[in-house]
Design a protein around this ligand. Structure first.
Ligand code: FES
Ligand SMILES: [Fe+2]
Length: 344
């Protein structure tokens, strides 16, 4: 479990994180410098001066209009990464250019392409339209993980852990007790894992936010597009209610949970989470409750995965895990990630 899938799009930030200021984030071991130009476009280039490697995100480096001036000796770069000024001479060396990353702002995220830029096809970026839809209210956050990204993939592809790790928040006995179905679409590069609980306890997370009393139908349909984008389509409804044949589903509450799983280094991960709901739109009280509850749940995962990373780092070579039915989706995802790494 080492290395990163390259020639892939990864989320580097929320668009809201990037303004007309220098901003840096490391993706797949590559420190990247971002800022928003006066015209509103997001730039993405190597956060390392070509002269003596000083990070351009670090003071006293600074942004002057749409140019970044290195804080060490003053090499100056434009928004495309081209060097436009060098101290003490007028000639600018031909190779004085920061490598620029293909960048796309979409569905509230800033995506960057890690790999050979000729292979950057923006149409391959998976979509999450709810995150910017007026028909949904969305909450989000990012909790860093001191653990390899594969552990977060395992965690999110198997939600039976909700019953144990998230008991009292989103876990109820039915989650672990209900079998899953797993499907893999190799052509589209998507792993689907579904668990439909038709008569389940309503956990506080949904009882307080929807107002539903008593037992519920609770569906969890996972759609993971390796390496980065994970979507959980959650449906909560009174027991016995099913969607209409035309797809409408007026008695149900829908929550779209989206994660962007982004390797920072071999042993750390950016864990972006979003919760978009189609009910109680704009209700501040529901938003505050869901934001706090979801952050707590995310931090429960973070704590567990940080421990696991330590365990894995300390164990001897060749430890054999035992996998069972609940791991089917996670194992399918691991195979896809492995193929992506081999191609890189
Ligand atoms: S390190 Fe940037 S100008 Fe010297
Ligand atoms: Fe979890």
């Amino acid at each position: 479990m080492t290395g990163f899938p390259r020639d892939q799009w990864y989320v580097a930030a929320y668009g809201s994180e990037i303004g007309h200021d220098l901003f840096t984030r490391t993706v797949c071991g590559e420190p990247i410098l971002f800022w928003r130009t006066r015209a509103g476009a997001v730039t993405a280039m190597a956060d390392r001066c070509v002269h003596r490697r000083f990070p351009l995100s670090q003071p006293p480096s600074r942004l002057v209009d749409d140019q970044v001036v290195c804080g060490y000796h003053g090499f100056t770069y434009d928004a495309g990464g081209q060097c436009v000024a060098v101290p003490g001479q007028t000639r600018i060396p031909r190779t004085a250019r920061l490598s620029a990353y293909p960048v796309v702002e979409q569905d509230s995220f800033v995506w960057v392409f890690i790999g050979d830029r000729e292979n950057a096809d923006a149409s391959r970026i998976p979509r999450a339209p709810w995150l910017v839809s007026p028909d949904y209210t969305t909450l989000n956050g990012m909790e860093p993980l001191r653990a390899r990204y594969e552990l977060l993939v395992d965690n999110l592809l198997d939600l039976s852990h909700e019953t144990y790790l998230h008991s009292g928040y989103i876990g109820t006995p039915e989650v672990a007790a209900t079998p899953i179905t797993t499907e893999v679409d190799e052509d589209a590069g998507i792993v689907y894992v579904s668990r439909h609980m038709d008569d389940a306890e309503c956990p506080p997370f949904y009882a307080k936010s929807t107002g539903l009393q008593g037992r519920i139908a609770r569906w969890q349909d996972i759609e993971y597009t390796p390496p980065c984008l994970y979507k959980l389509h959650a449906r909560i409804a009174p027991v016995g209610s099913v969607p209409n044949p035309d797809g409408s589903d007026p008695d149900a509450f829908h929550v779209e949970v989206v994660y962007a799983i982004v390797p920072e280094t071999e042993h750390s991960t950016h864990n972006f989470w979003c919760v978009a709901r189609d009910f109680a739109l704009g209700d501040e009280e529901v938003s505050a409750f869901l934001a706090e509850s979801n952050r707590t749940v995310v931090l429960q995962d973070v704590a567990a995965l940080n421990v696991l990373e330590q365990v894995i780092a300390a164990e001897p070579e060749g430890y054999q895990e035992l996998s069972v039915n609940i791991d089917t989706g996670g194992l399918a995802a691991r195979r896809m990630l492995q193929r992506m790494r081999e191609k890189s």
